[in-house]
Design a protein around this ligand. Structure first.
Ligand code: FE2
Length: 287
């Protein structure tokens, strides 16, 4: 007899290069092995997977993250560790603009954020990020996801050959995440990685530099490095390579930090925004 209570898994691509919605999954329950394999493959193929209408406790979110790999630690210095974290399970980061006694309860509270790869400023960056929306403003605060594969595959061959085999230096200070800042300040963390990263599971190459954190191509004159990086950023952020996620309450997104970057649009500071974030530990130094 067929089990009629089991919903059928549906995978619906959202754009040509990036993003797929997955239907028929309640993340509170661990999917069977075949379903999990299908979801994992969809994630590798589409870089970002979207599960709508989820209702998760903190414990559920941690468990759902663990379906895909080992949970990563929260990676923030103590002085930038807002009070709300004390109420969260280890491994969950609050992303929120909500303030109590004038202090934000979460990280990355306000406004726009430029394109970036989570944790690229670490020697072994997070493999993936999961984000679950609890409260969402009536407009704005969208997340834009860009395919690093599409950007690499279509990059001007002259630019690509100048950068092939090169490494870039990344710098990030948690106190300066907003547009127009982040350079010349004391770094919380710095690291160098290949400009084009080979994905350890798909074997495909992706652009692995971003506007927010990448400072310099190593072993290159500054003006040349600036010119090439600017050209790569402008190309990688083209709308045809981007999926824009308009959040609803109850969305869970899982994205691959090895081959995609993301950005956030501005939103009204008068409205509440609250999301819970977990990460998957990276297993390899980028190649
Ligand atoms: Fe991010």
């Amino acid at each position: 007899m067929e089990n009629t209570t089991r919903t059928r898994l549906e995978i619906i691509p959202l754009t040509k290069y990036i993003g797929a919605e997955i239907r028929g999954v309640d993340l509170r329950e661990k999917p069977d092995a075949a379903t999990l394999r299908a979801i994992y493959q969809a994630w590798l193929d589409h870089l970002v997977v979207v599960f709508r209408g989820q209702e998760l406790s903190q414990e559920d979110l941690v468990r759902a993250t663990s379906y895909f790999g080992e949970l990563g630690d929260i990676d923030r210095p103590e002085k930038h560790h807002p009070k709300g974290f004390a109420r969260m399970l280890p491994g969950i980061m609050l992303i929120s603009n909500i303030r109590e006694n004038g202090e934000p309860i979460g990280a990355l509270p306000d406004g726009e954020m430029m394109f970036h790869h989570d944790m690229i400023h670490r020697e072994v960056p997070s493999r993936a990020t999961m984000l679950y929306s609890v409260e969402i403003p009536s407009s704005g605060g969208d997340t834009l996801f860009a395919s690093g594969y599409a950007a690499y595959d279509t990059l001007d061959p002259q630019i690509r050959s100048r950068l092939e085999g090169k490494r870039a230096f990344h710098h990030y200070n948690y106190g300066s995440t907003q547009k127009g800042d982040g350079r010349g300040t004391e770094a919380f963390s710095e690291a160098s990685h290949p400009v084009f990263r080979t994905h350890d599971e798909t074997g495909r190459k992706a652009v692995y530099v971003n506007r927010l954190m990448t400072v310099r191509v190593e072993g290159m004159e500054e003006h040349e490095s600036d010119r090439l990086l600017q050209a790569v950023f402008d190309h990688a952020e083209k709308p045809e390579f981007v999926y824009t996620h308009v959040w609803r309450t109850g969305d869970v997104l899982l994205w691959d930090n090895r081959c995609s970057s993301h950005a956030r649009t501005d939103f009204p500071s008068t409205e509440r925004r609250l999301l819970m974030r977990t990460t998957l530990k990276g297993s390899l130094r980028p190649q």
